[in-house]
Design a protein around this ligand. Structure first.
Ligand code: CMC
Length: 428
């Protein structure tokens, strides 16, 4: 069977043979299909990239029908059980699990890039007391661009490596400073003796003790959550990262853009929206009427549905198990009962079944974060920290891909034709 697609243009009767590679045709191959020489040529119309591959990638594999997620070939469930966040970040970035010396060097490099310039701290001081920490994170990461001029050398692999250490190292510090600022507590500097997640918890919650001792089960739980959030192929923020990065701007500016994309309630802001929704529902008894409202179009069931998964999100499965371990330490989050009831009813309901709407990663993660003591505003921030590894991996892959150019979609123009300018006194 030839790997080709035959197209007959019924406007002209002409026949075209397009090659098929990796189950795709090249959109540019359609351009030759014209009604006459002056015709621009055929394009595809695909708002929101519903059926367009914007890149080739070797980082993350998702089979949405089967509910499979793998980083560099490794199933997410195995990584969640056996790996840790920094090891997984290395895997995502460099394609292989590190050996011992590689791992130690990697952890050392991240650990020794956690401090932020004192002027960054001053910049953060300027935010209003009730500034949303995600807004602070986005702005502060953008500001890092002005501190590291070498970051502009995006074609220099050594510079890219350095910015990688800085970004993965400093994200928790910025996140923690944003939180401390919002509650009016003094900033806590990074503690190099602690693991990545234990250090974040120390910077968030340390008071006057010499060393903050986070509960090991909670450190582990946060680490697993970070593994689950590390990458997710061509989602809205990864696409923003690639698109912004394709103009060859420095990675701090690009990550600020990617984080901004993540902030919205349809993406990484969904975990915050889930908790607000559970608060609004209030009690288990109100679940049926809430579901009825969703079905009649008054709002969405947040934490449900996914562009790619038409099955249970494999990350949600891991998180649901993790919740039990966390609640054993923190006590049960009372909103869990409402969430479980929502899930039970939704999974049996024709509306959700027909549309293949299942719980996604954000449905249960917020309940865990809240039980651990994070305020809801911090949830998208907690998503951004681990996703930084994914964003950088996607950015670097884009930069090194000879097929890639500056991202510049086409449009179907349906506006006015040429018109003569009308002076104001003559306008209706
Ligand atoms: N509640 C109720 N109905 C829904 C939901 C939902 N959460 N999600 C989708 N639908 C319906 C939607 O109304 C539509 O119905 P109809 O065909 O009758 O018009 C159908 O399902 C298909 O929805 P869509 O909006 O075309 O699907 P999409 O692929 O464009 O959107 C989504 C994907 C994740 C934005 C959407 O499912 C949603 O808004 N979910 C709630 C927000 C959320 O949990 N986001 C987190 C996503 S996972 C983590 C991440 O990406 O950061």
């Amino acid at each position: 069977m030839p790997d080709t697609l035959t197209i007959i243009d019924n406007r002209t009767g002409k026949q075209y043979e397009l090659s098929i590679a990796n189950d795709t045709i090249k959109a540019m191959d359609l351009r030759q299909i014209k009604v006459n020489e002056n015709d621009f040529g055929l394009m595809t119309y695909d708002p929101a990239f519903m059926n367009t591959a914007s890149c080739k990638s070797m980082i993350t594999f998702i089979d949405g029908e089967k509910g499979i997620l793998r980083y560099r070939g490794y199933p997410i469930e195995h990584l969640a059980e056996k790996s840790n966040y920094l090891e997984t970040a290395y895997l995502i970035l460099y394609g292989e699990l590190p050996n011992k010396p590689q791992y130690e060097e990697w952890v050392h490099n991240i650990t020794y890039h956690t401090l932020i310039h004192e002027n960054i701290k001053k910049l953060m001081d300027g935010f209003h007391y009730d500034a949303h920490p995600m807004g602070m994170l986005i702005s502060t990461v953008a500001a890092l661009s002005t501190f590291y001029n070498d970051a502009k050398e995006i074609h220099n692999p050594e510079s890219r490596k350095k910015q990688t250490y800085r970004l993965i190292g400093k994200m928790p510090t910025i996140a923690a400073f944003a939180f401390r600022h919002s509650v009016g507590r003094p900033y806590v500097y990074p503690d190099n003796a602690l693991s990545y997640t234990a250090n974040l918890m120390s910077m968030l919650w340390k008071m006057t003790e010499t060393q903050f001792q986070a509960h090991p089960a909670l450190v582990k739980a946060l680490d697993v959550l970070f593994i689950l959030h590390a990458d997710h192929e061509q989602n809205c923020s990864a696409n923003a990262m690639r698109s912004i990065g394709s103009s060859h701007v420095d990675p701090y500016a690009a990550i600020a853009g990617a984080a901004a994309a993540l902030y919205g309630p349809l993406h990484g802001g969904a975990n915050e929206a889930v908790l607000r929704m559970l608060d609004e529902i209030g009690t288990k008894d109100n679940v049926p009427s809430f579901i009825k409202g969703v079905k009649s179009g008054s709002g969405r069931l947040m934490g449900f549905g996914h562009r790619v998964y038409k099955n249970y999100d494999p990350r949600a499965k891991v998180i649901k198990q993790l919740a039990d371990e966390v609640f054993e330490v923190t006590g049960r989050n009372p909103k869990l009962d409402i969430a479980l009831e929502l899930e039970r009813i939704a999974l049996e309901d024709e509306y959700f079944v027909k549309r293949k709407l299942y719980p996604n990663v954000d449905f249960y993660s917020g309940l865990i974060y809240q039980a651990m003591g994070f305020p809801v505003e911090m949830f998208p921030v907690l998503f951004s920290i681990p996703r930084t590894a994914g964003w950088i991996a996607q950015w670097e892959e884009m930069l090194l891909d000879s097929d890639q150019k500056i991202a510049r979609p086409r449009q179907v123009y349906l506006g006015s034709g040429m018109r003569d300018y009308v002076v104001m006194s003559k306008r209706k």
